[in-house]
Design a protein around this ligand. Structure first.
Ligand code: MN
Length: 255
């Protein structure tokens, strides 16, 4: 019989393995590059989450994953550098009890929709249904005035970003990037990939002429259908990420 403490440790180890895969998938799907990050809320402690130490996502291993509290502090500090923008994660977990995972990226196609007024990023295809009638845009000047470096480098800025996100799946950050959330790690990754894809498609469509977007009802129905299909994409993306030459295969032998 498996002791419950043992079962918990296994549970957490599996989540950390999945978080490592999420880091690699986001790189291979062109959502993150040397920058950007992904976190997962602790499955048993709502006031804790897991996030890599400060490093390029494609290079993250399970030993790089640290546990944080909702103030953005490492639970057991060991001197390793942490992401400046960890407050994106901590404050969204604080504000949104439904959120189990957060992705922050600077993915290129999304940036234009954060800087052009009256061009909201909307659901242009069924795969982007979660965007609904438009992703909110966070304007850091409203929170901290002129002269910031655009980074969410403290709790107050994280709280302001979470306020802009409200109940949405994604929030664009003017002149910076975007942050996507999910009720699971896989859903947050799925949304991050299709936020980038949707932005690319919307920019192309806008050059052709007036765009017919999904209605709110269509977007909601499509999002619900897609939520039941996430593992299909995840399985493919994970195989691709693990097969990549730069990925140390030995880390995956235990599966
Ligand atoms: Mn950033």
């Amino acid at each position: 019989m498996i002791d419950s403490a043992e079962a918990r440790r296994t549970n957490i180890a599996l989540l950390i393995d999945e978080l490592v895969d999420a880091n690699h998938i986001l790189f291979h799907q062109n959502v993150v590059d040397g920058f950007g990050h992904v976190s997962a809320r602790h499955p048993e402690r709502a006031d804790r989450f897991f996030l890599s130490r400060s490093m390029a996502p494609a290079l993250v291993r399970s030993a790089d994953i640290l546990e944080f509290d909702l103030d953005g502090a490492v639970a057991e500090p060991d001197g390793r550098a942490v992401y400046l923008e960890r407050f994106i994660h901590s404050e969204i977990y604080r504000a949104r009890p439904d959120v189990a995972a957060v992705v922050h990226s600077h993915s290129a196609s999304v940036i234009p929709f954060g800087v052009v007024r009256n061009a909201p990023l909307r659901a242009i295809s069924h795969m982007c249904g979660f965007l609904g009638e438009g992703a909110p845009v966070f304007e850091i000047r409203d929170a901290a005035g002129d002269g910031t470096d655009l980074l969410i480098r403290n709790r107050a800025l994280g709280a302001a970003l979470a306020k802009s996100l409200q109940g949405a799946a994604a929030v664009l950050m003017r002149g910076h990037g975007a942050t996507m959330v999910g009720t699971s790690l896989r859903q947050a990754v799925f949304r991050a990939v299709y936020t980038e894809t949707g932005a690319r498609l919307q920019a192309e469509a806008l050059r052709l002429g007036p765009v017919t977007f999904l209605t709110a009802a269509e977007a909601a129905a499509a999002a619900q259908t897609n939520d039941a299909q996430i593992n299909r994409a995840w399985d493919l993306w994970r195989v691709q990420a693990r097969a990549h030459a730069g990925t140390p295969q030995k880390d995956y032998l235990r599966e």
